[in-house]
Design a binder for this molecule. Structure first.
Ligand SMILES: NC(=O)c1ccc[n+]([C@@H]2O[C@H](COP(=O)([O-])OP(=O)(O)OC[C@H]3O[C@@H](n4cnc5c(N)ncnc54)[C@H](OP(=O)(O)O)[C@@H]3O)[C@@H](O)[C@H]2O)c1
Length: 253
């Protein structure tokens, strides 16, 4: 028996990296999954992969910067599965450059994807969770919510905003059977790894050695293990918290 048997999860950012690993591990643990992203080709590949594992899922193509897309997502999830137990918000983007080069467009891009989409998805799914008397929301923030990180100024600020929002909303809904937590990943090997680090072994080694006690980049599955714990009833006494999975990040790069 899987640890997420009989649960339905919506996983945003499932076409890549952390979200994809979480969707696949949730299926392995018995959940039915609604996968979300904009890239329909990758969505189809993921749906086929899940079917080959004997799992059940639908892919919803959705730009989370658009409110009407989130309504479409909600309808698709409830039409297909009749309930949503877990909302796992992983969709995110990175702008990585010196502070004075950050533009207003960068601000909108980061704020709309990494913060406002999390607000909107929580507002979309919470009312049904309240009616059901149970629900579980996991928001992916970042170690840069709490540690300084060069070149990720708007990004880090919005990730800090997600941790703050999650804890406060957790307080409002805790007595209605709903838990809301964040995962704070450190450097994870995904499509989001900045190009300058991805393309240079030297830069990668320097980054890992200066930032991470365990001396390696994390893999998406390192986050997925935490996502299973927070998504399962094993964590029923956990809400409003930040689960740090970062290889022991201890100093700023
Ligand atoms: N990798 C790291 O080192 C690291 C560290 C700390 C925190 N995080 C956080 O972890 C989360 C996942 O990142 P990742 O590393 O897995 O990155 P990734 O591989 O680049 O995946 C990002 C995902 O977000 C989706 N996405 C982006 N904009 C979207 C939009 N407007 N609407 C719908 N989906 C959108 C992408 O899907 P489509 O392209 O299909 O739209 C993709 O599936 C992010 O919130 C990130 O900030 C990552």
């Amino acid at each position: 028996m899987g640890r997420l048997e009989n649960k339905v999860a919506v996983v945003t950012g499932a076409t890549s990296g952390i979200g994809e690993a979480v969707a696949l591990m949730y299926v392995k643990e018995g959940a039915k999954v609604v996968t979300v992203g904009r890239n329909e080709e990758k969505g189809k590949v993921l749906t086929d992969k899940i079917a080959a594992m004997g799992g059940e899922s639908i892919f919803v193509s959705c730009d989370l910067r658009k409110k009407e897309s989130i309504e479409t997502l909600k309808k698709a999830a409830y039409d297909r599965f009749g309930k949503v137990d877990i909302l796992f918000n992983s969709a995110g983007v990175l702008v990585h450059k010196p502070f004075l080069d950050h533009t207003d467009e960068d601000f909108d891009f980061i704020m709309e994807t990494n913060y406002r989409a999390y607000v909107w998805t929580m507002q979309a799914f919470l009312p049904e969770m309240v009616k059901a008397g149970k629900g579980n929301i996991i928001n992916v923030a970042s170690i840069s919510s709490v540690w300084p990180e060069l070149n990720a100024y708007y990004y880090g600020a919005m990730k800090a905003a997600v941790t703050n929002l999650s804890r406060n909303v957790a307080k409002e809904f805790a007595r209605q059977g709903i838990r809301i937590n964040c995962i704070l990943p450190g450097p994870i090997n995904t499509g989001m790894t900045p190009e300058d680090i991805k393309n240079s072994k030297e830069a990668q080694d320097a980054m890992i050695n200066s930032v991470c006690m365990l001396g390696r980049l994390g893999e998406p599955d390192d986050i997925a293990y935490g996502a299973v714990y927070l998504g399962s009833d094993e964590s029923s006494f956990v809400t409003g918290t930040n689960l740090v999975i970062d290889g022991g990040v201890c100093i700023s790069n």
